[in-house]
Design a protein around this ligand. Structure first.
Ligand code: DAH
Length: 318
């Protein structure tokens, strides 16, 4: 029976073939319809009924097969959203940029104002005003890049504290983060390196002293290294622009790491900025910017910061 055949068909192609064999030019149904003129009324009625029934059966079967094909396709294209995907290769901010933001946030929260100065500096701001006049032996400690006109590539952000005091006078509470240049290159020195400089000067009656510097550094270290119990120690040191001068170390595990330098601003420095040292006093401090990051992440080669090696950037845990 044709009806049975239609029902058992499994593919659209077979259905198409059977349809042609039934309703095509020489199809069985076409033949029957053609011969109707000679037939009786009942026979005609039966052929018409069969015609209608068969067309409907073909139509239904076609819909069934098309739906089945669509379902099969959808099942094949199913996306398993619970599967792990390839990790996305995202960039991150350079560790120096990240630490810059952290440092700025911390010092601003302590009431310091961020200030900047030029990287090409004159002798006055880089040396002389910092109590390092020409031929001062301390100049020798900084292997300086001189420009033909006598200016220098800034060797220290301490130059910015001079500019700040010249511009704003005292009292003043400022800090600066910027690049400095010296002719040095090894694992812990880079010809271009960042420094962070801070200065807090107020009237003598406020009595700013070394303990204030230490307390400020303890707060800074606690915030920057996210540590509640910060252990610091101080060592005597020498800088022409501070008296006394100290270096501050911080304890990590059972190791002491050098953190920063600082001291009470030398009266000559205040005088050079037209500030009366009998009326004002305060402290200054200086950090190695990369050094902070190296200590935080346990890194030992400062050159990596400027090598632009993506593997290092990815794997150092920043
Ligand atoms: N400028 C100094 C250096 O490069 C670091 C420094 C030391 C800055 C003591 C200061 C300070 O402000 O008080 O070696």
């Amino acid at each position: 029976m044709l009806q049975e055949k239609i029902k058992n068909i499994k593919s659209l192609q077979e259905l198409q073939e059977l349809y042609t064999a039934t309703f095509g030019k020489n199809g069985t149904m076409t033949q029957k319809l053609k011969s109707m003129a000679t037939l009786s009324n009942e026979e005609r009625a039966s052929i018409n009924a069969e015609n209608t029934e068969l067309r409907q059966l073909f139509k239904d079967k076609q819909t069934d097969l098309e739906n089945a094909a669509l379902n099969a396709k959808l099942a094949g294209e199913y996306i398993d959203v619970t599967l792990d995907s390839e990790p996305e290769n995202r960039g991150t901010l350079h560790p120096l940029t990240q630490s810059y933001k952290e440092v700025v946030d911390i010092f601003e929260s302590l009431g310091y104002t961020l200030m900047t100065g030029p990287e090409i500096e004159d002798d006055w701001h880089n040396f002389t005003a910092l109590n390092m006049p020409a031929y001062h032996p301390a100049r020798d400690m900084q292997d300086t890049f001189f420009l033909p006109n006598g200016n220098v590539m800034r060797t220290q952000t301490s130059a910015v504290q001079i500019r700040a005091m010249e511009k704003l006078g005292a009292p003043i509470k400022m800090f600066s983060v910027g690049q400095c240049y010296r002719r040095e290159l090894d694992a812990t020195h880079s010809a271009m390196f960042g420094q962070i400089e801070g200065l807090h000067i107020d009237t003598v009656d406020k009595g700013i002293n070394l303990s204030d510097l230490l307390a400020t550094m303890r707060t800074f270290a606690s915030k920057f290294f996210e540590k509640d119990d910060v252990e610091l120690r101080i060592r005597p040191s020498y800088f022409p622009f501070t008296e006394p001068s100290i270096e501050i170390d911080m304890k990590f595990g059972d190791k002491w790491m050098e953190l920063l330098c600082g001291g009470m601003v030398h009266p000559n420095v205040l005088k050079n900025c037209n500030i009366d040292p009998n009326k004002y006093q305060g402290f200054a401090f200086g950090f190695g910017w990369a050094r902070l990051v190296m200590v935080k992440y346990g890194l030992n080669d400062i050159r990596a910061f400027t090598d632009s090696d993506v593997r290092w950037l990815k794997n150092s845990g920043f």
